[in-house]
Design a protein around this ligand. Structure first.
Ligand code: DQA
Length: 146
């Protein structure tokens, strides 16, 4: 199984960005943790981060046929990007939405996810474990559907 972890804007700043909210691990630390877990489950993972909406759209489009799952922390674009939602639907990829924080327990503008409609499901609020849970969700979904 192949999974693409796509990370949106400002997630390159993890570790220094509001650590009281997002924790102290960097995106590279999270990637290492995910790779270790993926290795134990025979999952091939690719990690990518972009601050640019169009780049994320292109990545989602190119994932079609190349990855079984896109595990997506779209960050702020979660709440604004019709383009990303359309890319997931249009490319027909299996997407799982993840967030470090519980977006429903934060500012009102974070409670709405535009991409949620296009995703299989979403995981939020478990800190860096949301990435592992996203991977587990993909593994279990794959088992149930193949
Ligand atoms: C986030 C939540 C978003 O609302 C925010 O814009 C982020 C990170 C999270 O992982 O908790 O950048 O996606």
């Amino acid at each position: 199984m192949k999974a693409l972890f796509l990370n949106g804007p400002n997630l390159n700043l993890l570790g220094q960005r509001e650590p009281e909210i997002y924790g102290s691990m960097t995106l590279a630390d999270i990637e290492g943790m995910v790779r270790e877990h993926a290795g134990r489950h025979n999952v091939e993972v690719t990690f990518h981060q972009s601050n640019h909406e169009g780049e994320l759209v292109t990545q989602v489009q190119q994932a079609a046929g190349n990855y079984d799952y896109v595990i997506l922390n779209a960050a702020a674009y979660t709440h604004t990007s019709i383009a990303l939602k359309d890319a997931i639907t249009g490319a027909g990829v299996n997407a799982i939405e993840i967030h470090l924080t519980n977006v429903h327990a934060r500012e009102a503008y974070r409670r709405k996810s535009i991409i949620a409609q296009a995703c299989i499901g979403s995981i939020n609020g478990f800190g860096v474990a949301s990435y592992i849970l996203g991977l587990e969700a993909a593994i279990l979904h794959d088992k149930a559907n193949t």
